[in-house]
Write a protein that binds this ligand. Structure first.
Ligand SMILES: O=C(O)CCCC[C@@H]1SC[C@@H]2NC(=O)N[C@@H]21
Length: 260
């Protein structure tokens, strides 16, 4: 995957909508602010001007049975990008593609998404993928870059800056993060396009905090399933072992229950 020079906007409605209007593979739309950012499951994605980074990158579709890995691979690329470079944080994943960072000196209103590996974690980035009319895929990733505590959109959010201790990030950090994310996304996409999900799966599982935990899955049909997150199937779907047996979840929101 060779990326075009990113198209940069100070502000735009939604980078995903922009990219979907002309979904050429390799196209990258970037904005520091979105006035109508879209989140998963019909929610909005909000970030004050200048604090966030919105990226929509267009990739060719992969084999139908591997398509479920694409958004997971994007979360993985974002987590790895945050964990690398000159301003690294200990990033992790919540299935399917929420990117988490440790809460450092949380402000009074800040809440953890989950507790694992001896730390409390907040959401630092999210992914929303959309299939274009051409069959190509727009992968939208929103990263909370420079938010101060009072700028966080929800109590369970955090930002790269806050995970680094709270001082504003140096000049150039945002560009380095974008480059690292796009490089990772291209690598994982190439593996999937070659028909092999094993590398994505192994790397994803290393960074996913959901597996082994007690969860409630809020399903797209409005219902819930409670149980232990047991693993991922070959398509990247979440396997949950509950009182009624094993269930397979291709989509949904995972709520982590507090450890007993
Ligand atoms: O709900 C989520 O966690 C997913 C959020 C995805 C936000 C990104 S920002 C770039 C792209 N443009 C959008 O309108 N949404 C996605």
């Amino acid at each position: 995957m060779t990326w075009e020079q990113p198209e940069r906007h100070a502000s735009v409605g939604s980078t995903n909508v922009e990219a979907l209007a002309d979904p050429r593979p390799g196209r990258v739309v970037v904005a520091d602010h979105q006035s109508a950012g879209q989140g998963r499951r019909g929610r909005s994605w909000q970030s004050p001007p200048g604090a966030g980074l919105a990226i929509s990158a267009v990739v060719p579709a992969v084999a139908p049975e591997l398509m479920g890995w694409l958004p997971l691979a994007a979360g993985l690329a974002a987590a790895r990008a945050l964990a690398a470079g000159e301003q690294p944080v200990d990033a992790a994943l919540k299935w399917p593609n929420d990117v988490l960072a440790p809460l450092v000196d949380p402000s009074p209103g800040q809440l953890a998404v989950l507790e694992a590996r001896g730390r409390r974690w907040g959401k630092v980035a999210g992914v929303l993928a959309a299939v274009a009319g051409t069959g190509d895929v727009v992968i939208g990733t929103g990263i909370n870059v420079d938010h101060a505590p009072e700028q966080l959109p929800v109590p369970t959010a955090t930002s790269w800056r806050l995970a680094r201790g709270g001082d504003p990030l140096p000049q150039g950090a945002r560009g380095a993060l974008l480059d690292a994310y796009l490089e990772g996304l291209a690598t994982w996409h190439a593996a999937l396009a070659a028909g092999d999900a094993r590398a994505v799966r192994t790397a994803y599982l290393e960074q996913c905090l959901t597996i082994g935990q007690e969860v409630v899955v809020h399903r797209p049909d409005g219902g819930t399933t409670t149980g232990t997150a047991a693993g991922l199937d070959d398509s990247g779907a979440l396997l949950v072992d509950g009182p009624g047996g094993r269930t397979v979840h291709h989509a949904g929101d995972v709520e982590h229950l507090r450890p007993k």
